[in-house]
Ligand binder design. Structure first.
Ligand code: HEM
Length: 464
């Protein structure tokens, strides 16, 4: 490992130097964010330091260091660059708020994700997946990410908002896609100069956000006129009465939270499912094992919440897919005070990056890390790995509030679709990644075949 360098106060961990004030590093990162992080950790180890302009950036890649940032010492960090977040795409929702405000918001939202509520949501999930997939046009390749969004969006609107905003689905997806340009690339240190150059982009983001706000405000206004408690998330948010001076029950606050949960609710799980189909299409032996489990547990009927514990291989497939392709590939924090990471002191205001993508492909914890192998997720295999070697849902007090919801939805939708459908790659073009806040495939198309068609063609072949 190269020797650390020193200045007057801090001993810096090893890392790349850039004579162009970080411009080259910035561009390397823009071009290939995940490759950039991989090269750094391979060359410099578990703690890497570099600068872009004046901004100090630390990349931490060890389960204990990740646990330190997300859990043990989380109060020493704020999210991202700690900027005023009112203007960002999510507003002041749960994902972006900080401190006491976040703690109160989280406490008030949590009941919507309790186990007994998830049971009610589960019934909707397999029904929506069957309904939407029944309308697929199998004569053309399927844009699989779009196809998954068309399933997870109505699931989110029906479960969390008790409404089916069916006519607005395309509008929501389109607005969200425009909003994603805000996170077009992994840019831990995007400078003000770069931000100010993208005026057209920012206008698009603002318009997208406005479209979403209008839609959600419409749903809220409708629900304010109907005073019944439907037991869904929106009823819960509307029942808040924070008292004088407390903004948490205001329409703006409810709207910001609803937008956050809406987006959090449909996009990450659509992404996880997309990667799962991509991997299954290339691993027929795992697909066969999955089909065997589904055929034996479900015997042709739709999966229900009570089936989930018995669909253990289905869940293992999902976990292995999120290991190789974590829907959220990295988290960025700003240190608000000095922080000790192993032997190094990280100065206040530094950016700290921890990456699910890097950690999940670390051969110390996942031998043969490129191999898709759901058997890594047996209870025994899991117990042999340290916490935070796998953290697709983040960790600590900011851990994903929708984790239980996401696993239930993932297992039920995967089980519903894989019972009836089989996917094969529609093109042999190499996979291209699109890294924003999320990790998406670019233009991934698959061919969907109904399993009954496959079975009958096999039967024909045998009898012929
Ligand atoms: C496979 C599916 C999902 C993945 C991989 C995922 C991933 C994550 C991650 C990594 C975080 C932490 C962000 C950070 O620390 O900066 C997070 C937070 C969050 N997620 Fe998820 N998520 C998923 C599904 C969901 C669902 C279904 C919902 C809502 C229905 C949701 C709502 C949220 C919210 C509100 C937060 C912010 C929590 C807080 O800061 O208190 N997510 N998610």
């Amino acid at each position: 490992m190269p020797a650390p360098s020193e200045n007057a106060t801090f001993v810096y961990p090893p890392g790349p130097k850039d004579a162009l004030f970080g411009a080259k590093l910035y561009l390397d990162n823009q071009r290939d964010p995940l490759g950039f992080m991989e090269r750094l950790s391979r060359a410099y180890g578990d703690v890497v330091h570099f600068r872009i302009g004046k901004q100090k950036v630390y990349l931490l890649n060890h389960p204990d260091l990740i646990k330190g940032v997300l859990l043990s010492h989380y109060t020493n960090f704020v999210k991202g660059r700690g900027v005023v977040r009112r203007n960002n795409f999510f507003g002041e929702g749960l994902l972006t708020s900080e401190g006491d405000f976040h703690r109160r918001q989280r406490q008030q939202t949590q009941p919507a994700f309790h186990h007994d509520r998830l049971g009610v949501y589960g019934a909707i999930m397999s029904r929506v997946a069957t309904g939407v997939s029944d309308s697929w046009d199998v004569s053309a390749p399927l844009d699989v990410l779009e196809a998954m969004r068309q399933i997870t969006l109505p699931i989110t609107s029906q479960t969390l908002f008790g409404t089916n905003v069916e006519t607005s689905h395309d509008e929501i997806i389109e607005a969200f896609r425009a909003g994603l340009t805000q996170f077009r690339s992994f840019k831990p240190v995007a400078t003000r100069v770069v931000d100010s150059l993208s005026i057209a982009q920012r206008r698009r983001v603002k318009q997208a956000r406005l479209r979403l706000e209008t839609l959600i405000s419409r749903i809220i206004a409708e629900r304010r006129t109907q005073l019944d408690d439907r037991g869904d998330l929106l009823s819960l948010l509307l029942s808040r009465n924070g008292g004088e001076g407390d903004t948490q029950g205001s329409d703006t606050q409810i709207r910001d939270e609803a937008v956050t949960l809406f987006i959090g609710g449909f996009e990450s799980i659509a992404t996880a499912l997309t990667w799962t189909w991509y991997l299954l299409a290339q691993h027929p032996e795992c697909e066969r094992k999955l089909h065997d489990e589904l055929d034996s547990v479900l015997a042709g009927r739709l999966p229900e919440v009570s089936d989930v514990p018995r669909l253990s291989y289905t869940r293992m497939v999902l976990e292995e897919s999120m290991r190789l392709f974590p829907p959220v590939p990295r988290l960025v924090r700003t240190a608000i005070g000095e922080y000790q990471a192993g032997p190094y002191t990280i100065p206040a205001r530094s950016l700290v990056v921890v990456s699910q993508y890097l950690m999940h492909r670390d051969s110390r914890y996942f031998p043969g890390p490129e191999r898709f192998d759901p058997e890594r997720w047996t209870t025994l295999a899991k117990s042999s790995r340290p916490p935070y070697s796998f953290f697709p849902f983040g960790g600590g007090p900011r851990r994903c509030i929708g984790e239980g919801f996401a696993y239930m939805e993932g297992v039920l939708v995967l089980a519903t679709l894989a019972s009836r459908w089989k996917f094969t790659l529609a093109s042999s073009a190499p996979l291209e990644l699109n890294v924003t806040h999320f990790l998406h495939p670019r233009n991934l198309t698959l061919t969907a075949t109904h399993r009954s068609a496959e079975t009958s063609s096999k039967a024909l072949a045998v009898s012929g």
